[in-house]
Design a protein. Structure first.
Length: 288
């Protein structure tokens, strides 16, 4: 009996988990690489190579278009969320170092911000670069709370000239995943502390209005496809239309943490899930 169970599990892992939902199956989830401690923050560069963090090991890796795994940066400051700016630099939320940095393709690191009103950030978690080059990022804290200097868990904005940090949102329980639409008109912020995702209208640089409940689920990381559908991570990946209707679910062998589109045609969804990096081919491109 045990042998039969082991065979069933092995076959399931080999085949992968299908993408299911109203729009039908789109492919199988394939494991690309494993042996990590906690993967997070996937982001694709202009060519479609996908960078991602291994937080406890304080490394940033890259999965290349050639299907090779490389280490991009050691001693990453406990980097978590990543996003590429319009000049091809990698923006990193260094949760361990409590700062947001800019990393050039050659690996040179510049600290963009590590404080708000002279007080150190809690633990920058996830980020998004708007069309003007400004950076929205979330700043919760997980685990030990010693050394906190800010009285809350907030969402911040680094201005395009990277000279000012603005507090954008201060009324969430514990903001985490964040993403905005490519036209710069809508911002999504996940609040897993309240098991909610909110949508906002962006009305200026670092200014949002018209908060509304988008869906009654929290999320770690998030991304958008070209149709405006939002991909969120919980026990599996859920896909919501721009109107907040769940239209698809993607089952993964491990609990997913974050997602992004990558590959040369931007039709592959890359998934960071605990100890591994996974991918699934879809019928739609990513916005990023």
């Amino acid at each position: 009996m045990l042998r039969q169970q082991m065979i069933v599990v092995a076959c399931w892992l080999a085949l992968g988990a299908v993408v299911a939902g109203e729009e039908g199956a789109q492919g199988e989830v394939h494991k690309l690489s494993g042996g990590f401690r906690f993967t997070e923050g996937p982001a694709a560069d202009r060519e479609g190579n996908v960078y991602f963090s291994d937080i406890p090991n304080s490394r940033i890796h890259v999965w290349t278009l050639a299907g090779k795994l490389k280490t991009f940066r050691e001693d990453s400051g406990g980097a978590n969320g990543l996003f590429f700016d319009h000049d091809g630099n990698l923006i990193a939320c260094e949760g361990g170092a409590r700062r947001v940095t800019c990393i050039t393709p050659s690996g040179a690191v510049t600290v963009l911000a590590d404080r708000y009103q002279e007080k150190r950030f809690n633990s920058p978690n996830d980020c998004w670069v708007d069309p003007q080059g400004g950076i929205y990022f979330t700043d919760p804290r997980y685990g030990k709370m010693e050394g906190r200097e800010l009285p809350g868990f907030w969402v911040f904005y680094i201005t395009p000239d990277r000279k000012q940090v603005i507090k954008v949102i201060d009324d969430l329980v514990k903001p985490n995943g964040i993403i905005g639409t490519k036209d710069g008109k809508r911002l999504y912020v996940a609040d897993p502390g309240a098991n909610r995702i909110y949508a906002y209208d962006i009305v200026g640089q670092g200014k949002v209005a018209n908060r509304r409940l988008f869906c009654g689920k929290g999320s770690d990381g998030m991304t958008l496809d070209e149709r405006g559908n939002l991909y969120i991570t919980q026990d599996q990946i859920y896909v919501f239309s721009p109107e907040g209707e769940q239209i698809r679910a993607i089952r993964t062998p491990e609990r997913p943490a974050n997602v992004c589109f990558g590959g040369a045609d931007r039709k592959t969804l890359f998934i960071t899930a605990r100890t591994s990096l996974y991918a699934v081919k879809l019928d739609v491109k990513g916005q990023y």
